[in-house]
Design a protein around this ligand. Sequence first.
Ligand SMILES: [Mn+2]
Length: 384
Amino acid sequence: MLISHISDLHLGYAQFGLEEREEDVYQCFGEAIDVSIREGAELVILAGDLFHTPRPSGKAVLTLGNALKKLKEKGVPAAFVLGEHDISRTRDVPFGYLFSNLGLAKRLKLEEPVVVGNCAIFGENKARRNDIDGLVARLQECDKVAKQHAGKKVLVLHQGLTDFNKFAGEINAADLPPNFDYYAFGHYHDHLERRFDYLGGLLAYPGSLDLTPSEGIKETKKGFILADLSGSEASTHWIALEQSRPQFSEKLSYQHMATELDRVIKQSIAITARNGKKPVGRLEVVGKDIDSRTIAANLMKLNDFCIHYVWQPVEEGGIAPRAYDSMPADMDAELYRLSAEALGSDELAKFAINEILPLAAEKDAKAALDIAWEAYKSGRFRGK
Ligand SMILES: [Mn+2]
């Protein structure tokens, strides 16, 4: 049984608001689907964050619909769970359900598996932090149902594991049900794979299909996983996507700007020749008495060679940002102190940290804005 495991598609996301970058994401997804079909995948799993926003654009919806239709025509079933990006905080039905309701893909559940060949697939949408206890309880129940199934078992979740990232995780691998052959995860945007002694099989994140806002601009590979469950143990093959837009990050000397720029242009031409796509660049210009206008005027030469670039002057011997030589004893208190200092008000700092930050951490800009708007309308901080 060969399973294609794709996650964090973020269809509709456009880096720098560029149409070409939105198109890149669609092309990467199209490539992942085509390679899955070509390699003979018998099931495609989409492990959450199908869309970048809960109210995706027509083009994003159509791209997913067309891909699922193609899979259906080729006789390859698809199944999905949703991530936090797919789910609105208001009581709306997620867009993703359109595709399960139309019979183009199966929505995964923990109570009852989707069965393909000898394989039973269980899964659930992203659980929020305040529902993690509930999720752990539901997973234990799921384990009992899974045990009754004689063939291979796969669990699909869109959660961060603390085992990989102490701060970004919500759940521990030790809380997962043990009776599964493959744990197909989504949420982390890096490709990660690990075996845990107490789990029945390999746990993997394929990573996102393209670079997303939190990752910055860097040279990196993006891809998806083909998981082979025909042996006694799952084996994985991570496939890098050729449609990925190349990105680079470079340091330039302000003093030797012209020669340095020639170097970056040559490099960009070589990258474009290799990849068929002009790169995205990030440039740090390091020097003394930097005149930003000089840099901007010089960098304009890059317009023909990069699809987009961002740059930042770095003044040599400038005032260093405040550095800590050890971790503050009370991190939360330090966070409040810095926020109050920046915002000039204790109350605003509490508002930002207790009410806005949790939503922002979940990347729920809409809910964060709603709360800010409510506070403004009710005059909560008037005169503060
Ligand atoms: Mn994501």
